[in-house]
Design a protein around this ligand. Structure first.
Ligand SMILES: *[C@@H]1O[C@H](CO)[C@@H](O)[C@H](O)[C@H]1NC(C)=O
Ligand SMILES: *[C@@H]1O[C@H](CO)[C@@H](O)[C@H](O)[C@H]1NC(C)=O
Ligand SMILES: *[C@@H]1O[C@H](CO)[C@@H](O)[C@H](O)[C@H]1NC(C)=O
Ligand SMILES: *[C@@H]1O[C@H](CO)[C@@H](O)[C@H](O)[C@H]1NC(C)=O
Ligand SMILES: *[C@@H]1O[C@H](CO)[C@@H](O)[C@H](O)[C@H]1NC(C)=O
Ligand SMILES: *[C@@H]1O[C@H](CO)[C@@H](O)[C@H](O)[C@H]1NC(C)=O
Ligand SMILES: *[C@@H]1O[C@H](CO)[C@@H](O)[C@H](O)[C@H]1NC(C)=O
Ligand SMILES: *[C@@H]1O[C@H](CO)[C@@H](O)[C@H](O)[C@H]1NC(C)=O
Ligand SMILES: *[C@@H]1O[C@H](CO)[C@@H](O)[C@H](O)[C@H]1NC(C)=O
Length: 889
């Protein structure tokens, strides 16, 4: 028999367990305004009812809401996902937050908030203590008003795309304990005001573009435990950091303290990790370097230019577990004593230095040792297992340096070399040394003679070539190769360098790009490698490194020539150049924050679970198309002589932070072929053109070629099919055969078959999309002479509806054909032409389509016979995505 009281208590226990989590906030939300605002937030951010259900009380049931006395004090949407609708147009839209006057913490880390930080945070949320917006894809500058949040103890803005300076006003946040701005694109100096953040325990500014010096005040923050300034362009250190008495973690690596010596670190008695790698430090280590803190566990000094010896205390530090001093110029011998104090699970990397002498038992305490590339001599010790010893002067070991190298190293320092333990065979060594020397001399002499001969030959060729070019009037017929040799502009052909930006030194560019580190490499372009960089004044730039040995030599000259002649806000700004090296030339451009069209048409939605792609909306696409058309139209119609860009494709269309087009890839640009006014340079250096005929119908150096390429870009924008504008003719042809029949002047609906599925197109825009597709098609006319001139294309893009509306009313058609100069008449003349050209569709694809047309018979009532016909010949585009592919019955 069951005791009813037992059941009662059991039920009560269950109830208790169920609500235990919410016991502390049993009070429901008492403010109707806050309730409304939560619902508004839910809508503006597109949150799901799974976390924030419509009905029950937010304080009791909603996830991520913290309440006190019936008011909301904390909102945590970190880790939430947006609804499908919310994902369609995600924005940093949190106006409703302004109504939570008691809000203490807002945590949206990892939630996708593309936009700039609204001022309302600093203006309305005065009680905020914690603001966590890590990895939210936020961009733009940090608003000054954040400095008003004087209760703030934690400000986390890392891993976004914040730009501009860090505002001085952040220095007013006197209660701040954690400031994390890492992983953004902040520039300029670190504000001096950060030195007054007396309560700071963690400061992370790593991975930005800060430059200049570290403010003195930062060295006095006595509560600071973590200081990370790595991966910036800082170039000067304060003389001492001794005020950082609580500091545990110091990371100053990957900066360019060029010629900088270590600051005085005495006083950092709690230091455990010291990371100073790759930051251009030099000089010897002070004798007390390793005794600064007995807590030291990790010391990284790799890739600097330190000299002198390692202080002997290093070998007996009790806690040391990781030492990397590789790739410096340290020298000296290992201590012989084996005071094997401390841990044995330890890593020691002293490779790529100038250490010498015998190996000693002092290494015993380390489990992993890399001493490769030094000058250690003598025997390998028996306990050494996880040891890399290559390229030393050790006995009975493989891959060691040569006797000559070892002997001369030791001799230079007045030391005696054990000669790999061999008996002194001076005679033999000397003999071989001598014969080596003779060989070298002989080789040098022969090489020198050979070089002279080659040079002479080149000179003769060069003279012959120039002469021939001089008298020959038939250009472009392949008169010999481009002049070899000659890295500075050949005499007589000079670009006015003063008018094409500043002249940078190679050293400045090294600094700007971290020695052209791989981390800064953007891509290997076909005319040079592109690197990200930051100039001394904090301006982010893109630097093109042109390897004169592997690229066409005239490319950079004709590009300079281009900038010499053209200055227009539609082209990427050239800030300067560096021509001082023989084999490498550099061009420095302003950084375009949005990159190029090929990488920004689609972008990864960083927060959405499945990495879904976002894509540019139609208005932005049309803006980009118009901007690009303006640039090309300028070249074709406003430059005298007309300039052909010759490399129009999505990746040439660079975009600034407002998606304004700044056309790039200008190294191919040249005067129109057959134009007698061609610049001296391009004429002189012109490569044979005969091989440059494409299926686009003609040579690449006529304006019509640009128009053709532009048509491909337009189609890429309409269909969202990436890479079309860069694809080979064969691939393109095949694709065009499928796509073009869907672009029909008389049937708007057809175009929906090829429109980018990620483009949410409503009826208004569909007409524009249709119009642009028609323009694209007329640009793609196989006959160059039938393609519209760029200025008409531009007109059409500016008034897309005119293209379709005027033309589809028959009276307008008459008008258009009668006024011969009208731009849309020209456009449509060419459209008709190109549609008849393509109307010949292979039978195979025609049969395959029958199914498509019956499946998707358009719902429009007045389907004329012509319309049906075009429906039948219109294939379902395959976008290469399995889920889009139609399964044939
Ligand atoms: C909350 O504040 C914002 C901005 O001040 C305002 O636009 C909104 O109407 C207010 N009310 C609600 C319910 O969001
Ligand atoms: C914030 O919300 C997420 C997701 O609900 C949760 O995993 C996390 O623990 C919360 N964080 C805090 C600090 O409450
Ligand atoms: C915000 O939420 C994330 C995820 O739950 C958590 O890891 C993080 O610590 C929170 N931020 C703060 C400042 O508490
Ligand atoms: C910043 O922007 C670039 C391109 O504009 C993008 O590739 C990158 O993913 C963005 N970073 C973050 C953290 O959103
Ligand atoms: C907030 O900060 C800004 C800039 O720091 C300042 O100009 C403004 O007066 C402050 N606003 C309030 C309400 O304190
Ligand atoms: C500094 O931080 C401590 C705790 O870390 C806190 O007790 C103190 O109030 C803070 N000081 C200021 C000025 O906010
Ligand atoms: C060290 O100095 C030499 C010459 O002074 C220089 O060539 C080298 O690049 C420097 N190395 C580093 C890592 O700074
Ligand atoms: C050199 O190494 C081989 C095999 O590793 C060993 O047999 C030989 O005794 C060694 N010779 C000397 C002189 O250590
Ligand atoms: C080898 O012998 C020569 C003279 O025979 C002497 O000058 C040289 O210093 C000796 N080298 C070593 C390494 O002992």
């Amino acid at each position: 028999m069951v005791d009813p009281r037992g059941i009662f208590w059991f039920a009560l226990l269950l109830l208790f367990l169920r609500f235990r989590g919410t016991l502390e906030q049993t009070q429901p939300l008492s403010s109707p305004l806050e309730r409304e605002s939560l619902l508004q937030l839910r809508t503006s951010l597109g949150l799901r009812s799974k976390e924030w259900p419509r009905k029950p009380d937010p304080c009791l049931i909603w996830i991520g809401i913290t309440c006190q006395n019936g008011r909301v004090v904390g909102i945590n949407i970190s880790g939430f996902r947006r609804t499908r609708i919310g994902r369609r147009n995600p924005q940093f839209s949190v106006d409703a937050l302004a109504n939570f006057t008691l809000l203490q913490s807002f945590n949206a880390s990892g939630f996708y908030l593309p936009g700039s930080i609204p001022d309302l945070f600093g203006v309305s949320l005065r009680s905020l203590r914690v603001l966590d917006l890590r990895s939210c894809s936020i961009f733009d500058v940090i608003p000054n008003t954040i400095g008003n949040l004087t209760s703030l103890t934690g400000l986390y803005l890392s891993d976004n795309n914040l730009t501009g300076n860090a505002p001085d006003s952040l220095g007013q946040l006197s209660a701040l304990s954690v400031l994390d701005l890492s992983g953004n694109s902040l520039t300029g100096n670190i504000p001096e005001s950060f030195g007054s953040l007396a309560n700071l325990s963690s400061l992370d500014l790593s991975g930005n573009f800060f430059s200049g010096s570290i403010p003195l005040g930062i060295g006095t923050l006595s509560r600071l435990q973590h200081l990370n300034l790595s991966g910036n362009g800082l170039n000067s250190l304060p003389a001492q950091l001794g005020g950082l008495t609580s500091l545990v973690d110091l990371d100053l690596s990957e900066n360019s303290f060029s010629g900088g010596v270590l600051p005085d670190l005495r006083g950092l008695r709690n230091l455990r990790r010291m990371l100073l790698g790759n930051s251009m430090l030099n000089g010897p280590l002070p004798a007390d370097f390793f005794t600064v803190s007995l807590q030291l566990q990790t010391v990284v000094l790799r890739k600097n230019n330190f000299t002198g010896s390692l202080p002997v205390e290093m070998w007996s530090l009790p806690r040391l577990t990781f030492v990397d001093v590789s790739s410096n110029s340290f020298t000296g011998m290992l201590p012989s004593s084996s005071s094997s104090a401390g841990s044995t699970v330890a890593v020691l990397n002293i490779s790529h230095n100038l250490f010498y002498g015998n190996l000693t038992p002092v290494l015993r305490r380390f489990s992993f040792v890399d001493l490769a590339n030094n000058y250690y001599e003598g025997k390998v010790l028996d306990f050494m297992h996880n040891v890399s010893i290559d390229s030393n002067c050790l006995q009975n070991a493989t891959n060691q340096k040569s006797t000559v190298e070892c002997a001369s190293f030791y001799a230079e320092r007045g030391l005696s070399f054990d000669n790999f333990g061999q008996p002194n065979t001076t005679k033999a060594t000397e003999g071989s040394g001598k014969s080596n020397k003779t060989k070298i001399i002989l080789a040098a002499v022969l090489g020198g003679l050979g070089l002279l001969a080659i040079l002479a030959l080149l000179l003769v060729l060069l003279i012959l070539c120039t002469r021939k070019r001089g008298n020959s009037s038939q250009r472009g017929n392949g008169v010999g190769p481009a002049p070899a040799g000659g890295s500075p502009p050949p005499p007589g052909v000079s670009v006015n360098l003063a008018s094409v930006g500043d002249s940078f030194t190679y050293h400045q560019l090294l600094q700007a790009t971290g020695d052209f580190s791989d981390a800064n490499l953007i891509k290997h372009g076909h005319t040079g490698d592109l690197f990200n960089g930051v100039l001394e004044n904090g301006i982010p730039v893109v630097i093109k490194r042109i390897d004169m040995r592997s690229t066409k030599k005239d490319a950079f000259l004709s590009e300079l020539d281009f900038f010499n002649k053209v200055s227009h806000q539609r082209f990427v700004p050239l800030l300067g150049h560096c021509l001082e090296n023989e084999n490498e030339k550099f061009l420095v451009y302003k950084l375009m924050p949005k990159g190029d069209l090929s990488n920004c048409l689609f972008f990864k939605n960083t927060t959405a679970e499945d990495g879904t792609l976002q894509s540019l909306d139609w208005i932005t696409r049309l803006k980009i198309a118009t901007g690009a058309a303006e640039a090309v139209s300028y070249l074709h119609h406003e430059c005298i002589p007309p300039i052909v860009h010759r490399d129009i494709q999505a990746s040439s269309i660079l975009l600034d932070d407002r998606y304004e087009v700044r056309l790039g890839s200008l190294s191919e640009a040249s005067g129109q072929e057959g134009d007698i006014h061609q610049s001296k340079i391009t004429r002189f250096l012109r490569l044979p053109q005969s091989s440059e005929q494409g299926a686009s119908g003609s040579s690449t150096s006529v304006c019509a070629y640009d128009v053709y390429c532009f048509g491909k870009v337009l189609l890429e924008l309409v269909t969202g099919k990436l890479g079309i504008s860069a694809s080979s003719e064969g691939v393109l042809r095949e694709w065009l055969d499928q796509i073009l029949p869907c672009i029909n002047m008389y049937d708007k609906e057809l175009v929906t078959k090829i429109v980018d599925p990620s483009l949410v197109v409503d009826e208004d825009f569909l007409e524009e999309v249709w119009a642009i597709a028609i323009v694209a098609r007329s640009c793609l006319n196989p006959k160059p002479s039938r393609r519209p001139p760029m200025r008409y294309v531009l007109k059409a893009l500016e008034n897309p509806l005119k293209v379709v509306r005027e033309e589809s009313s028959s009276s307008a058609r008459l008008k258009a054909t009668s006024s011969r100069g009208s731009w849309n008449a020209t456009l449509f003349g060419s459209w008709r032409q190109s549609s008849s050209d393509v109307a010949v569709i292979p039978a195979a694809s025609g049969t395959k389509l029958e199914g498509a047309s019956s499946l998707k018979l358009s719902a429009t009532s007045s389907s004329s016979s012509r319309r049906r016909h075009s429906n039948e010949i219109c294939p379902e585009p395959s976008f290469g995505l399995p889920d889009v592919e139609r399964v044939d019955p």
